[in-house]
Design a protein around this ligand. Structure first.
Ligand SMILES: Nc1ncnc2c1ncn2[C@@H]1O[C@H](COP(=O)(O)OP(=O)(O)OP(=O)(O)O)[C@@H](O)[C@H]1O
Ligand SMILES: [Mg+2]
Length: 530
């Protein structure tokens, strides 16, 4: 062990020497540098058993920090930074945690498959006469890796790919997740060909623990999501794009949006909330899709009323009125000929979900929500597109128990029996139940569970009475309508029969007149008969 330490120490010293040599070279006047560096390089490569590799902050794409550099930064901060002597701590731009990284010009040692690898975080001032293409400052940052030449294959074939993969994973773990929304088409930012999405940090606190629903369904959904997350190889094997569609349907306030937030928190994904009415046409829709990243949930809420033929969103009140008036449901134009480039069509949307483009990036979940599943085009929600349909229904006892525990920390109560029965008999959304467990007027005081449950029982009884009264009124109305209809039908029948009788009488009269006329013509009727 001591021997090992000795060799590692010697290796470290040598690696530092050769690294410092290369740094010294960079600070010698340009005139000598070329010659010195040529000799130096020859000398170094002759004697040095070590190889060096540089990873620049800005690669070929000068305006974007190189992916590899970022991955190395993340990898070193996670795996090795604590072993460095000079550290830098900062809150990264999109990070939720404090990031500790190796400070400039410090060294970190890593060991991989028995090989020792030295990392150096370096910076170099760009010459003042040089116009820097690197944004921000005239400092060029890079990492330098030093390793023994006998580990060349190991480092290139296994170690660097490992660093890249680990670094990316650390970045995903540490990043602040984001909630994106699409910019309206034609806005300044979307003209620039970039930023078709805007984002804010995603901070919704909902989790599956706080989501009130049937525990068996919940467990199933959780298992599925976990399996999806780990199924990259499986999707490749069966030749399917790594994505999954969910349709969440149910009455308002039953937790559809809350479920989306819980899914995002469980999977650790970003959320893209796609407002279809702000999308001009199918081309733009495709562009939006391409601009999404993997590990994300793409959501289209209220898909049934997102667009009508003119691409305008109907407001919910107007829609309800239209519904009451018996107006047609809003639909997406299905006819491909109608795709005149000025609106999103159903075929465009289907392409968005599972066209060729939908495979790029991978690891995406697409979710539609609706209050009226029956209004959707069957093509849109067939299995394979929307792989699973989840009904979010009114609050029943199992769901209530979750809410009681979350809101009041109560697992058992004498009123639970009565509440269970009332919840079976009455349709109340979890949102309304939750409201009763958290009355705003009592927020400031300590929440009294008894008062909350009593209030809920009252609310449920009232809802039950209202529902019964509504059902009675509807039955009476239906009866009235049926009677009116029967009466109208009877009247219509009577009128028809009357008309028929009159028509027959007229016909008979006409027949008699005809008979008389023909007798007269035949001279059968004499003058006296007339
Ligand atoms: N199943 C649930 N579990 C926990 N809380 C719920 C649930 N359903 C509703 N809530 C509460 O009610 C509020 C409204 O719920 P949410 O917005 O998820 O309903 P929704 O189904 O999306 O309604 P809409 O159809 O109107 O969009 C949430 O903020 C949440 O606090
Ligand atoms: Mg919602």
């Amino acid at each position: 062990m001591a021997m090992m330490d000795k060799w590692t120490g010697l290796g470290s010293a040598l690696a530092s020497f050769f690294f410092l040599w290369s740094m010294v070279q960079n600070h010698i006047p340009v005139a000598f540098r070329y010659r010195l560096s040529t000799w130096g390089s020859k000398l170094v490569s002759f004697f040095s058993p070590y190889l060096e590799l540089t990873i620049n902050e800005y690669g070929a794409e000068v305006f974007h920090r190189s992916d590899f550099y970022l991955a190395v930064e993340a990898y070193l901060s996670d795996a090795c930074a604590r072993r460095a002597r000079k550290l830098r701590a900062e809150l990264g731009k999109n990070s939720k945690n404090l990031q500790v990284s190796v400070d400039d010009n410090d060294e970190v040692t890593d060991v991989f498959a028995g090989a020792t690898i030295w990392w150096y975080a370096c910076k170099q001032m760009a010459g003042s006469q040089v116009i820097s293409w690197y944004p921000g400052e005239e400092v060029r940052r890079f990492y330098r890796v030093v390793f023994h030449r006998r580990h060349r294959d190991l480092v290139f074939d296994r170690y660097l790919p490992y660093v890249l993969e680990e670094g990316r994973a650390v970045t995903v773990r540490n990043r602040q997740r984001r909630l994106f929304t699409n910019n309206p088409s034609g806005s300044w930012s979307s003209y620039r060909g970039k930023n078709v999405w805007s984002h804010v940090p995603f901070e919704h606190p909902a989790t599956f623990d706080t989501l009130a629903m049937d525990p068996v369904d919940k467990e199933e959904i959780l298992d599925e999501l976990q399996a999806f997350k780990e199924a990259k190889d499986y999707y490749t094997k069966v030749g399917k794009a790594w994505k999954r569609g969910y349709l969440l349907y149910g009455p308002p306030g039953t937790g559809k949006s809350t479920m989306i937030a819980a899914m995002a928190n469980f999977l650790d994904y970003d959320v893209y909330d796609l407002e279809l009415t702000a999308v001009k046409n199918n081309t733009e829709l495709r562009k939006l899709f391409i601009e999404t990243t993997g590990k994300s949930i793409i959501v289209i809420e209220d898909i049934d009323c997102s667009v009508d033929l003119t691409g305008k969103r109907k407001d919910k009140k107007a829609e309800k009125k239209a519904e009451a008036d018996g107006a047609d449901k809003p639909t997406l134009p299905t006819d491909p000929d109608k795709d005149d480039g000025t609106k999103v069509t159903l075929s465009g949307l289907l392409n968005f979900i599972d066209g060729l483009w939908s495979a790029c990036g991978g690891e995406r979940i697409i979710i539609f929500t609706t209050n009226h599943k029956d209004k959707l085009d069957p093509a849109l929600i067939r299995r394979g597109r929307m792989d699973r349909h989840i009904e979010m229904s009114y609050c029943r006892f199992q769901a209530f128990k979750v809410l009681a525990k979350n809101y009041l920390d109560v697992k058992e109560h004498e009123l639970f029996g009565q509440i269970a029965q009332l919840l079976e008999e009455t349709d109340m959304s979890p949102a309304d139940v939750a409201e009763n467990l958290m009355p705003m007027s009592k927020m400031k005081k300590k929440r009294d569970a008894n008062a909350c449950f009593e209030g809920l029982v009252e609310a449920l009884k009232q809802a039950k009475e209202e529902a019964a009264a509504k059902a009675l009124a509807e039955a009476a109305k239906a009866k009235e309508e049926a009677e009116a209809k029967a009466k109208a039908e009877a009247e219509a029948k009577e009128a028809k029969e009357k008309d028929k009788a009159e028509a027959e009488a007229t016909e008979n009269n006409r027949g008699e007149d005809k008979g008389k006329d023909s007798k007269m013509n035949n001279g059968e009727i004499k003058e006296g008969d007339k």
